[in-house]
Design a protein around this ligand. Structure first.
Ligand code: ATP
Length: 265
């Protein structure tokens, strides 16, 4: 597989409001600015309801901003783009297709000639370690294998951006660590731009070049931290522990502020 094209993402003064069931407006994201470099790996963290999913949905074109602009490579994002792939927590595999059939799907949709599509699909499956399971159906796979299949399906079409919304949240700790390492290996090799939402601060530190800490009410960026730790990042290293302490301290502050707003302390 060749190296993936990469894209840069710019958000300028982005606001997103939703109308609640009662009819009043809720500000999910307020006046948000963010620049993500081409080929960068950025993690979004923050307490529940701070707008992480809303933000990634805006970048992926599933939602439109109420005001402000979301640009990828200078073009406004107005709809989902086949070169910008979203990977969800629930895998999104077609149960009636085999693993290979699932990975072929996106290539067939792009009318890639059959032989070339098969070659690309097999290469992507090899990359995620699923070469032995290409004829299985999703119900025959473990959670980790399903998520690997969905990553292979995304990689096969060589996306310029990978959006990942808590992709490993449903997996056990061992599988999760393993897939984090695999994702990093693939990113190092292919270098797509990656935007990764997680609740797990350790996961964000292990993966991200930058960690974007968000705060709620209204959803906004509280702090952007550069993770200046070389790969592979050992979760037991002193530098990792030091960074973790910094991020947890910041996270704690966000929580305290959110609680103060909620309970009007
Ligand atoms: N379609 C919608 N209609 C109305 N309100 C919405 C909608 N989507 C999100 N919201 C609201 O916007 C805010 C941000 O939600 P969002 O799901 O983006 O947060 P999050 O940080 O991803 O939360 P979590 O970590 O719990 O997944 C929340 O208050 C949520 O209730």
């Amino acid at each position: 597989m060749s190296e993936t094209p990469v894209s840069k993402i710019q958000l300028r003064d982005v606001e997103k409001r939703f109308r609640s069931a009662r009819g009043d407006q809720q500000i999910a994201l307020s006046r948000l600015d963010l620049d993500i470099k081409a080929g960068e790996f950025v993690c979004l963290v923050g307490p529940s309801g701070c707008g992480k999913t809303t933000l990634i949905n805006l970048m992926a074109g599933f939602e439109k901003p109420t005001s402000g602009s979301v640009l990828i490579d200078g073009e406004p994002v107005t709809a989902p783009n086949p070169d910008h792939i979203m990977i969800f927590q629930d895998y999104g595999l077609y149960p009636w297709r085999t693993v290979l059939g699932n990975v072929l799907f996106g290539l067939q949709a792009r009318r890639v000639p059959a032989a070339q599509a098969r070659e690309k699909a097999l290469a992507a499956l090899e990359m995620v370690g699923l070469s032995q399971s290409i004829d299985k159906h999703p119900h025959e796979l473990s959670g980790g294998m399903k998520q690997r299949a969905s990553i292979a399906r995304a990689l096969a079409v060589e996306p310029s951006v990978l959006f990942m919304d808590e992709p490993f949240a449903a997996l056990d700790a061992f599988t999760r660590l393993h897939l984090q390492d695999e994702l990093l290996r693939i990113w190092t090799e292919k270098k797509p731009t990656v935007v990764f939402v997680t609740h797990d601060l350790d996961e964000a530190i292990a993966l991200g070049q930058r960690v974007v800490l968000m705060a709620p009410q209204p959803g906004r960026i509280q702090k952007v931290l550069e993770v200046n730790l070389p790969h592979p990042r050992e979760r037991t290293d002193q530098e990792f522990a030091t960074f973790r302490k910094r991020l947890f301290t910041e996270f704690h502050l966000v929580h305290q502020q959110a609680a103060a707003v909620e309970y009007q302390i």
